[in-house]
Design a protein around this ligand. Structure first.
Ligand SMILES: C[S@@+](CC[C@H](N)C(=O)[O-])C[C@H]1O[C@@H](n2cnc3c(N)ncnc32)[C@H](O)[C@@H]1O
Length: 288
C-alpha cells in the first residue's frame, strides 16, 4: 500500500510555503508531505528531510531541492548546524510510524501480522520490544502500559506477560497478542479498537522514547525558525497532543502566535479513504 499523507491540504495551508523558501520536514517518512512542499518552493527553495529509519531515507529519490538526513529529530539543532541549513520558514512534524513500518518493515509494529517483536524506527536503537517484554520487571511494564497506553488492564497484562515468559521467551507479536487476549476480559474485546492496540502503542512509544524526543525537540524549533516562521505538528494520540498544546500555550505572546485555536482534524472524507488519519490532530503556530 502506498502511504497517503495525512492532512496534506491543511499542512500546506499552515506551513504556507512560497517560492525560494526553506523548510524542514522532521519526519519525512515516505516523502508525501516533503514532495508537496518542494513543489511550492521551486526554483531555489530547499527542504531538509529527516527520518530515523534508514530504509525510508534510502527509498527517497535524490532531488536537487532536497537534503536528506537519517537521524533522530531530537538532534535537530545539531543537524541544522551540520547541514548549514539556514533561513527556515517552517518546520513540520508528522509523528509516529508510517505505513511502511506497519506493512513492510517486518519489525512487529502491527498486531495483525506475526513478526518478531522489535518496533524500532532505527536499527541503531539498542532497545527493542522483545527486551521490554522479556526483561523488564512487572511494575515497569505495568507503568508503561498505564502511562503510554492509557490501558485500564495494565496490571493484568503485565502479570500475564511475566507468567508467560517463565515458560518460554516472548519473541513474536502473535505470542504477545495471545497473552493480552487472556488478560483483557472478553466483554472488552469486541470493541471498536482492537484489544492489543494500547499495549502495542505503549511499547512502541517506550522503545523509541517518543514523548521525550518530542518534548526535547520542540524548544529547539524556536531557535531554528526565522521570525514569522511556522511550526506544524500532527499528533496521533492524546499524550503527544498534550505536549504540543502545552508547549504552544507556555510560549504564547512571548515567542509564538497560535494559528489553530482548536486542533485541526481530518474530514470524514479523508478518514474514509485513509482510516489511519482518524486520530490525527494538527496544531500550528508562528514564531513572533
Ligand atoms: C507518520 S510518518 C511520516 C509520514 C510522512 N509525512 C509522509 O508523508 O510520508 C512518521 C515518520 O517519522 C519517523 N520518526 C519517528 N520518530 C522519529 C524521530 N525521533 N526522529 C526522526 N524520525 C522519526 C518515522 O520513522 C516515520 O517514518
Amino acid at each position: 500500500m502506498v502511504h497517503i499523507p495525512v492532512l496534506q491540504k491543511e499542512v500546506l495551508k499552515y506551513l504556507d510555503p512560497k517560492p525560494n523558501q526553506n523548510f524542514i520536514d522532521a519526519t519525512t517518512g515516505e516523502g508525501g508531505h516533503t514532495l508537496a512542499i518542494i513543489e511550492q518552493i521551486l526554483p531555489n527553495g530547499k527542504v531538509l528531510g529527516i527520518d530515523w529509519s534508514q530504509e525510508l531515507i534510502q527509498g527517497l529519490k535524490v532531488k536537487s531541492n532536497l537534503v536528506l538526513v537519517c537521524d533522530n529529530f531530537v538532534n535537530l539543532k545539531e543537524i541544522v548546524k551540520r547541514e548549514r541549513f539556514l533561513a527556515v520558514s517552517g518546520i513540520l512534524f508528522d509523528l509516529g510510524m508510517s505505513s511502511w513500518h506497519l506493512e513492510e518493515s517486518k519489525r512487529g509494529f502491527s498486531f495483525l501480522k506475526n513478526e518478531p517483536l522489535d518496533m524500532r524506527y532505527s536499527s541503531q536503537n539498542p532497545l527493542t520490544a522483545e527486551k521490554i517484554v522479556n526483561y523488564w520487571s512487572k511494575s515497569e511494564i505495568e507503568k508503561i502500559l498505564r502511562e503510554y497506553g492509557e490501558e485500564r488492564f495494565a496490571k493484568k497484562i503485565a502479570e500475564k506477560i511475566i507468567k508467560a515468559r517463565k515458560s518460554e521467551p516472548i519473541k513474536t507479536t502473535f505470542q504477545l497478542v495471545e497473552i493480552i487476549r487472556k488478560a483483557v476480559p472478553s466483554r472488552h474485546q469486541p470493541q471498536k479498537i482492537h484489544f492489543a492496540t494500547r499495549t502495542f502503542q505503549a511499547i512502541r512509544i517506550t522503545v523509541n522514547d517518543e514523548l521525550n524526543n518530542l518534548e526535547k525537540v520542540l524548544p529547539q524549533t524556536l531557535e531554528i525558525l526565522k521570525p514569522g516562521g511556522r511550526l506544524v505538528v500532527i499528533s496521533f494520540h492524546s499524550l503527544e497532543d498534550r505536549l504540543v498544546k502545552n508547549f504552544y500555550r507556555d510560549r504564547v505572546s512571548i515567542s509564538l502566535k497560535i494559528l489553530t485555536k482548536k486542533p485541526i482534524r481530518p474530514q470524514k472524507k479523508e478518514i474514509k479513504i485513509n482510516p489511519r488519519s482518524r486520530s490525527a490532530k494538527l496544531r500550528a503556530a508562528q514564531k513572533i
